[in-house]
Ligand binder design. Structure first.
Ligand SMILES: Nc1ncnc2c1ncn2[C@@H]1O[C@H](COP(=O)(O)OP(=O)(O)OP(=O)(O)O)[C@@H](O)[C@H]1O
Length: 629
């Protein structure tokens, strides 16, 4: 359906000055405008130049690509744009220019928190003074301290700090250095390093920055209210004073403070540093009148011009307990699907148009059980990670082996694979493990199969036969000697299907020349191959619901301490300037504004906990909103 842009939207699309800040309210057509602006900028590019579009998530990058490809076609899109998350873009800088700052050529991503924690513990163990000073004898307390230290270190990295910046705290400096060295010795860097090292490359190697500026003539940043220091400084370093930067964001939707993000970067610094022109988009094309009214009660600064013709529904319900709350939602969805609703186009509602949003994933416990019992399809969106997440031991071993094929220095995954195949053995190399015949009969058979699949992957790095390797694994599953039970067979088959999807997605989004097994593993680590389509009702945390919209939205579990989160509620500072509480309010605003037409808030009065049945207070948002019928 062709949509006519409003005059303000057109002003954004056609702006041809240097830098532009677009403050865009929820549902004001940000994505639409960004798509049109990129198309407009492409028209003024010279041969070989590109527009760099940085999105907040892989899903948003896919969405943008999908919309652009419709008019530009695949070839033009690839010739004229780079669309991806900042981590993906920076990983390309680091992996192609690592030697410029003295890092090894082949680098991989340490993508799991537990792996990082393991390496960090080894770093602590290797420095006796740190162990003595920071770690005591109480093991539980130690775990907490170690995690806190690691969090502090991540935070420092997000603020672009290096070990050398801690010269006045020699022990911290040593720990920082040791952790970084240990990562590098294993051929890996962590997520924070991807940004930190690319910043170092861009600022210390002017020639590299110049090269990027020759290619990327315009930079467009989506969801810019969630930039943190590292991300903002990278964009600044990349742009120099030569490249036009457009930032689009909504301060009311800033919800990543725990990552060091703040809307200050757009509201203050971008305007000062880049002398950017500011345009505000205040229309709302998404939500019905009732939804807008509720959103305004949560964020009084939310101004909307132009009103949607639909009245919509906004209602609040409470229940004796969580089970009853879940039952109500399921029944309500069934009724809406059966009867439709006059405020939803064509009076027709499908499962896919319904979302259930909660502040954290644990709220979904009962509703998941109930949806399963009712055979109602749903997709749970609770975490951006989880790409390396095979459930069966067999495919887990295949996956760990792939990591070891591309990074022979990787000790963490060698230990993990060793534990999987044998509880007693410790191998020095992957090769040693692969050749071991002194294992259980089952693992000797499985390793035999895995060896042949891994060998296929190594045959030709320019033309990886991933599907043939998977086919080999599938064929062997039918081998009766393996004696796998039905449950295990289902897990294996689902895992293999997931790996085929990762591979297909990787192939679709990469060019033949850049493909390699190592590049594939890095892309999976970034979650860039994890963009399967949502099926059925979407159950999503607020954070994962960003940028999405549904005709019907339920926001459940609205109790004080859950939403707003207890950490914000019980923070020492309970004033209205409490940053955590401000961010919780943004979370509530995001949740409500995902709804196009109908929005229902629910909460239980009692909750079953490990400590018995507890009375629950309604969320402060319920009290604020209860005047709305
Ligand atoms: N000029 C317009 N006329 C009619 N509909 C529009 C117009 N611009 C955008 N829309 C529609 O409004 C809805 C919201 O747009 P979009 O998702 O781009 O908003 P957004 O600003 O990204 O929202 P949010 O920040 O809350 O995620 C979409 O369904 C879009 O197609």
């Amino acid at each position: 359906m062709a949509i006519n842009l409003s005059n303000t939207q057109k002003a954004v699309v056609d702006y041809l000055g240097d830098n532009l800040l677009v403050i865009a309210g929820a549902g004001s057509g940000k994505t639409r405008v960004l798509t049109e602006r990129i198309k407009r900028l492409i028209l003024i590019l010279k041969k070989g130049e590109k527009v760099l579009a940085i999105t907040f998530s892989n899903k948003a990058a896919e969405e943008l690509k999908g919309r652009l490809v419709e008019t530009l076609g695949e070839q033009k899109l690839n010739e004229c744009t780079y669309i991806g998350t900042i981590h993906k873009f920076c990983l390309d800088i680091v992996t192609s220019r690592s030697s410029a700052i003295g890092l090894p050529d082949e680098l991989h991503i340490c993508d799991s928190y537990n792996d990082r924690l393991q390496i960090f513990k080894e770093a602590i163990e290797s420095i006796p003074q740190i162990k003595a000073k920071y770690i005591g004898t109480d093991t539980k307390e130690n775990q907490k301290k170690i995690k806190k230290l690691l969090d502090n270190l991540s935070n420092a990295k997000r603020n672009l700090k290096f070990a050398g910046d801690y010269a006045n705290k020699p022990l911290i400096q040593k720990l920082f250095e040791e952790y970084d060295n240990m990562l590098i010795q294993q051929g890996v860097i962590d997520f924070d390093d991807i940004l930190r090292y690319s910043y170092q490359i861009l600022t210390e190697r002017e020639s590299v920055a110049r090269l990027y500026r020759k290619i990327y003539k315009y930079i467009c940043i989506d969801e810019a209210q969630d930039l943190n220091k590292a991300q903002y400084e990278i964009i600044k370093a990349l742009a120099g004073n030569e490249i036009g930067v457009t930032m689009v964001g909504d301060p009311n939707q800033s919800i990543y403070g725990f990552n060091g993000s703040t809307s200050d970067y757009i509201e203050r610094l971008f305007l000062d540093d880049f002398k950017a022109e500011k345009i505000e988009l205040n229309e709302n094309y998404r939500s019905s009148k009732k939804i807008i009214e509720a959103a305004k009660k949560i964020e009084s600064s939310f101004e909307v011009y132009g009103v949607c013709k639909y009245e919509g529904e906004f209602e609040i319900f409470n229940f004796d307990d969580e089970k009853k709350e879940a039952e109500f939602i399921v029944e309500k969805i069934k009724r809406l699907i059966k009867n439709g609703h006059p405020d939803v186009e064509n009076n027709d509602i499908t499962l896919e148009q319904c979302a259930i949003i909660a502040r954290n994933r644990y709220i979904f416990k009962y509703i998941e059980e109930l949806l399963k019992a009712n055979k109602m399809e749903y997709t749970l969106k609770a975490s951006a990670k989880g790409s390396f997440s095979s459930e069966s031991d067999f495919v887990k071993a295949f996956e760990l082996g792939i990591r070891l094929l591309v990074n022979s220095k990787d000790k963490i995954h060698l230990v993990e694979l060793s534990k999987l195949v044998s509880s007693k053995k410790k191998y020095k190399t992957f090769e040693e493990l692969k050749q071991d015949k002194d294992l259980s009969e089952q693992w000797v058979l499985l390793l035999n199969i895995l060896r042949s699949a891994w060998a296929i992957l190594l045959e030709n790095d320019n033309e990886i036969k991933f599907h043939i390797a998977i086919k080999k694994l599938k064929n062997y599953m039918n081998n009766s000697q393996l004696n796998l039970d039905d449950h295990e067979l289902i897990l294996i088959s689902e895992d293999l299907k997931a790996w085929e999807e990762h591979w297909n997605c990787y192939v679709k989004n990469s060019s033949a020349g850049e493909r390699s097994l190592a590049n594939f593993v890095r892309t999976v680590s970034l979650g860039s191959t994890n963009i399967s389509e949502d099926k059925g009702i979407v159950l999503t945390t607020v954070h994962m619901s960003k940028g999405l919209q549904y005709d019907v939205v339920f926001i459940m579990g609205l109790n004080e301490g859950v939403f707003p989160d207890y950490r914000a509620v019980y923070a020492d500072d309970n004033s209205k300037d409490n940053k955590q509480l401000i961010e919780e309010r943004h979370n509530m605003f995001v949740a409500i504004t995902r709804s196009k037409r109908l929005c229902y808030l629910t909460y239980p009065l009692l909750k079953n906990t490990n400590w018995g049945v507890k009375v629950q207070k309604p969320s402060r948002y319920i009290l604020e909103l209860s005047g709305i019928k």
